[in-house]
Design a protein around this ligand. Structure first.
Ligand code: SAM
Ligand code: DTB
Ligand code: SF4
Length: 346
């Protein structure tokens, strides 16, 4: 990864991978792209103050949810997502593995719980799972739930009956990101389109699973396109219960490895916009926290972030270590959400 260099803090020049997709007509929502852009462009302190007020009104306890990630099936993915180290299209040195077995997953889940996590998210580098894969993941979900953790899975595109099988297994959340605004998406991903993502999200909803849906910033998108992503998320009906905001992790070998880092204050603005437009959601300050530093993370919490990925690894890249995160939350007097987290802290 590149070091943060203040001379290249923000770029509006995308690394162009694919043909740009035309803007798609969106469902009626009070949060148009223009309205979200106006929010993001409002004076920084006023924006953070407004977001903080919304946050306190909807989350009076001010707690932070700790979600741990495990890559249960790593690498070898046929999709060409320009940011992703697990795509076969990019030479990143990530080796393809098989789906992990239940006992191994339970060891990792128990360790996450012991460290204080309340949610355990299992990620698989699939375009879409086959039915046998879904049955195996359903077993993992049952096992992890049995440990008293909330479960989340992110497995790619789902068919309706696959979403139903996961719901029957008790899956609490399904993560499937819109990733970008529709008019930037084609620059980043060529092997499936925006509507595919919306279709999977609808199937997850119809099956009764709560939705975790967000995106990535820092891929070379414009500010307007960041606003477009937030507008799309806020237009989902109902809005997602969890909204991960990922700061691009620039991985050597991916087409976006050379992307200049985004101004970290811009990430705070995006978090604030997510909080104001989706007031009841857990807004997760997700990948890319290692580059942000404690001060920017504190501003993100102020602006309404109330969840983080917790644990030394994300899927295949690193994350701040557990001790550093616990120390940061303690220094900021931020309580952790959930009984397990409180026990681990004691
Ligand atoms: N294959 C499934 C899919 O794409 O839906 C699930 C796993 S995929 C790794 C889940 C999400 O991780 C992506 O949608 C993207 O938002 C995020 N992600 C992947 N690589 C990233 C990176 N280098 N930086 C930030 N976020 C990333
Ligand atoms: C999400 O929005 N971010 C997570 C999770 N959902 C699955 C993944 C981040 C991946 C970061 C790069 C990596 O380690 O592969
Ligand atoms: Fe595959 Fe998901 Fe990575 Fe895209 S983001 S290449 S679908 S693992």
């Amino acid at each position: 990864m590149d070091a943060l260099d203040s001379s290249t803090l923000r770029t509006e020049q995308p690394v162009r991978l694919h043909r740009p997709a035309p803007a798609r007509p969106r469902a009626a929502s009070p949060w148009t792209t223009d309205a979200v852009l106006a929010l993001i462009e409002s004076p920084f302190m006023a924006l953070v103050q407004r977001a903080h007020a919304v946050h306190r009104a909807h989350f009076p306890e001010g707690d932070v949810e700790l979600a741990s990630l495990l890559s249960v099936k790593t690498g070898g993915c046929p999709e060409d997502c320009g940011y992703c180290p697990q795509s076969v299209h990019h030479d990143t040195g990530v080796k393809a593995g098989k789906l992990m077995a239940l006992p191994e997953v339970l060891v990792a889940a128990q360790a996450a719980k012991d460290a204080g996590a309340s949610r355990f998210c299992m990620g698989a580098a699939w375009r879409s799972p086959n039915d046998r894969d879904v049955e195996k993941v359903a077993e993992l979900v049952r096992g992890v739930r049995g440990l008293g953790l909330e479960t989340c899975a992110t497995l790619g595109m789902l068919e309706p009956q696959q979403a139903e099988r996961l719901a029957e297994a008790g899956l609490d959340f399904y993560n499937h990101n819109l990733d970008s605004a529709p008019d930037f998406y084609g620059d980043i991903i060529g092997t499936r389109d925006y509507q595919d993502r919306l279709d999977t999200l609808a199937r997850v909803r119809d099956a009764g699973i709560r939705v975790c849906c967000g995106g990535i910033v820092g891929m070379g998108e414009t500010r307007r396109q960041r606003a477009g992503l937030i507008a799309e998320l806020a237009a989902l009906d109902p809005a997602p219960e969890s909204v991960p905001v990922n700061n691009l992790v620039r991985v050597e070998g991916t087409p976006l490895a050379g992307q200049a880092p985004l101004d970290p204050f811009e990430i705070v603005r995006v978090i604030a916009a997510a909080r104001i437009t989706m007031p009841a959601a857990r807004v997760r300050l997700s990948a890319g926290r290692r580059e942000l530093g404690d001060g920017i993370q504190a501003l993100c919490f102020m602006a309404g972030a109330n969840s983080i990925f917790y644990g030394d690894r994300l899927l295949v890249t690193g994350n701040p270590d557990v001790a550093a995160d616990r120390a940061l939350l303690a220094r900021l007097d931020l309580p952790v959400a959930g009984a397990a987290a409180q026990e681990a802290a004691a």
